[in-house]
Design a protein around this ligand. Structure first.
Ligand code: PEP
Ligand code: MN
Length: 361
């Protein structure tokens, strides 16, 4: 991975590399585990060592973190490796303990960002400090909650803020643990271009084989850094085992990832073009996924019509659909002819899907 000259906010002020790489285990498990991973990450592209010591688990009964003792291990990491350290804080006690133990960067987890009371409590505990605070997106795709978190911290005079995109939970079965919904971080980036935006492909993917491609996409979209869960024996990790990679794999990924390094002349054109292309790819993927969902519903309608002896083609309904879409299209500046062509084609495919539902003799 090459270094880009474009920098943002505190990355510049603290003289940190761009893109910033944060890596380390999901959870601190033992002192030996923490130190072993940190030493393997030393002298790589990694600048910040992560390890959760308080783990917000969705269901009780799972490993909930080692607690404050883990902060002592992070202090050792800093001393022995010179890596900066970061951990998750979810209330004022965590904040006070993290400050006492000199953790460099704090992050607010996705399950905390959803709760304005907790974010406010954290903001007050950190008031007027120089700490770098990274806010993960809320678990649900609600941009206001994410922005609200930023605003609460900013109002407490915490100026070194960053955002972490870790995907959003969904009821649908997808290949991701948390769907990326890239348009949300892209929108936040447009509104706050000076606040560094970091991608956490581990929590988006939930599986290690998607981490590289998600990281590359994030860099193509001009993200300012990556947070990647790393463990020397990922399968034996006490939390999030499936989404961690070894330090060795991380080093290989960092070599293979292409970070656009724009020259002055080319900078705007090339990096903007790549960014727009990535945005188009994301939208196209969403179009195909929506079409697939629509065909699934059509197939169910096909079955229902068959069970009730109703004809597949319902001209009145089709006219209604088209009429509604013309209105929608007009409001969005799309031509009637274009919408007609698109929907004729969708309609034809829907009919085919309805026919497929009819049992063959
Ligand atoms: C984590 O980083 O290990 C974590 C719990 O993240 P999130 O808040 O994104 O689920
Ligand atoms: Mn995790």
């Amino acid at each position: 991975m090459e270094n880009s000259k474009q920098m943002r906010g505190w990355l510049d002020n603290f003289n940190l590399p761009h893109p910033l790489v944060i890596a380390g285990p999901c959870s601190a498990e033992t002192e030996d585990q923490v130190l072993k991973i940190a030493h393997e990450l030393k002298d790589t592209d990694v600048t910040v060592f992560r390890a959760g010591v308080w783990k917000p688990r969705t269901r009780p009964g799972n490993f909930e973190g080692v607690g404050a003792i883990g902060l002592k291990w992070l202090q050792k990491v800093k001393k022995e490796t010179q890596l900066l350290t970061t951990t998750e804080v979810a209330n004022k006690h965590h904040v006070n303990l993290a400050l006492e133990h000199d953790v460099d960067i704090l992050w607010i987890g996705a399950r905390t960002t959803v709760n304005p009371f907790m974010v406010q409590e954290i903001a007050e505990a950190l008031e007027n400090t120089e700490k770098i605070v990274l806010i993960k997106n809320p678990v649900n795709p609600d941009i206001s909650l994410w922005l609200g978190g930023l605003e609460r911290l900013y109002a407490a005079n915490i100026k070194n803020l960053g955002l972490i995109h870790r995907g959003f939970s969904t009821y649908d079965k997808t290949k991701y643990r948390n769907i990326p919904e890239w348009q949300i971080p892209i929108e936040v980036q447009k509104r706050f271009p000076d606040i560094p935006l970091i991608c956490d492909p581990s929590h988006i993917a939930g599986r290690r084989d998607l981490i590289f491609q998600l990281s590359q996409l994030a860099l193509d979209l001009s993200f300012d850094g990556l947070m990647i869960e790393t463990h020397f024996d990922p399968d034996q990790a006490w939390s999030d085992a499936k989404q961690q990679i070894t330090p060795e794999t991380l080093v290989r990924y960092m070599k293979e990832l292409k970070m656009k390094k724009p020259t002055y002349h080319e900078k705007d054109y090339r990096s903007e073009l790549e960014k727009f292309r990535s945005e188009i790819d994301i939208l196209d993927e969403q179009i195909v996924s929506l079409l697939n969902k629509r065909m699934g519903v059509s197939a169910k309608i096909g079955q229902l019509k068959y069970d009730n002896d109703v004809a597949i083609l319902q001209p009145r309904r089709w006219k209604e659909v088209l009429g509604n879409m013309f209105l929608e299209a007009d409001e969005r500046g799309l031509s009637k002819e274009f919408i007609m062509r698109v929907f004729k084609s969708i309609h034809q495919e829907s009919i085919n899907h309805q026919r497929n539902e009819i049992p063959r003799p």
